[in-house]
Design a protein around this ligand. Structure first.
Ligand SMILES: Cc1cc2nc3c(=O)[nH]c(=O)nc-3n(C[C@H](O)[C@H](O)[C@H](O)COP(=O)(O)OP(=O)(O)OC[C@H]3O[C@@H](n4cnc5c(N)ncnc54)[C@H](O)[C@@H]3O)c2cc1C
Length: 267
């Protein structure tokens, strides 16, 4: 839709260009920004012109730029020992997807929008990704994506901060991983997404997204028993309530998915 409150558009090419004036907001893929009125926004600063490499494989793991599109995310030729690489496609396909979203929506836009069904939130929390955030004073801060997302459309981003990238460690990428999703219809928005990761040292990480307003990540020193899984899921303080599922139903299906994920990783 036309954003008729917007009177300026700047294309960012340097970090200085990302200093936001009052009323300005950053534009990534624009798939959400242009989907509803933005009455507080009078100017857009295009982040996609920064020229960031969509992804970089390095000794420590994988760096994914905030401007990497969902389609670009699936391009990296995963090294053969990245056993968790199948999560990229599974999480990408958990999007309520269209051609436009696939090719235009960005990883950073999905994380910063912080919707419960944020498919990139599922991916990032499954792999204990760390968000790299550029601060307006020219500095940088890092934070696990699991705490970066506070709730529905709420993150730790402060005014003027920009998400630069997310970092995934080689250790996490080499882990065995499992993915389960429930939605009310075959191609519908996710009602619950549960991910699991079994690290080479035997530690297991369980991630719950889409069913809750914010991501929940549980770390176990060993593959948990069903009782341990049940106790962990019972600590979730709030279940999301919308047209894609009632809270009590989401709690029940999430527990079932968590059992399945842990059983797959134990076998
Ligand atoms: C048909 C359709 C289906 C959708 N399905 C889903 C779904 O299943 N799950 C879901 O979560 N969402 C869904 N969405 C919502 C949205 O389009 C996506 O979340 C998308 O990933 C947003 O990415 P974008 O790059 O287009 O962000 P934009 O629309 O450009 O930006 C989104 C918000 O994030 C801010 N932002 C973007 N990048 C940065 C950055 N690097 N640093 C700081 N702030 C930033 C923007 O200022 C804006 O407030 C859907 C939308 C449509 C139209």
């Amino acid at each position: 839709m036309d954003l008729n409150t917007v009177t300026t558009l700047r294309t960012a090419r340097t970090r200085d260009d990302l200093r936001l004036e009052p009323g300005e907001t950053v534009l990534a893929g624009g798939t959400w920004l242009f989907s509803e009125p933005q009455l507080e926004v009078s100017g857009l600063v295009d982040l996609t012109t920064m020229g960031w490499e969509p992804w970089t494989i390095h000794d420590g793991g994988l760096s994914i730029a905030a401007t990497c599109t969902i389609a670009q995310l699936l391009e990296p030729p995963a090294p053969p020992d990245w056993a968790a690489a199948h999560l990229f496609r599974e999480c990408a396909e958990a999007f309520l997807m269209s051609f436009k979203i696939w090719n235009t929506a960005t990883v950073g836009g999905n994380l910063c929008l912080a919707l419960p069904a944020g498919a990139m939130i599922s991916l990032a929390t499954a792999l204990d990704a760390v968000a790299v955030i550029w601060t307006p004073d020219g500095g940088e801060r890092r934070e696990p994506v699991a705490t970066f997302v506070h709730g529905v459309q709420s993150t730790s981003l402060q005014p003027g901060e920009v998400l630069r990238s997310i970092e995934l460690s080689t250790a996490a990428l080499r882990a065995r991983a499992a993915f389960r999703k429930t939605a009310l219809t075959p191609l519908g928005r996710s009602s619950s997404v549960v991910t699991g990761r079994l690290d080479l040292d035997g530690r297991l990480t369980l991630g719950v997204t889409a069913a809750t307003p914010r991501p929940h990540v549980f770390h176990f020193g060993h593959p948990p028993t069903d009782d341990e899984v049940q106790r962990a899921i019972a600590t979730v303080d709030a279940w999301y309530d919308d047209a894609h599922g009632a809270p009590d139903w989401r709690a029940a299906v999430t527990l079932g998915l968590a059992y399945e994920v842990c059983e797959e990783l134990r076998s």
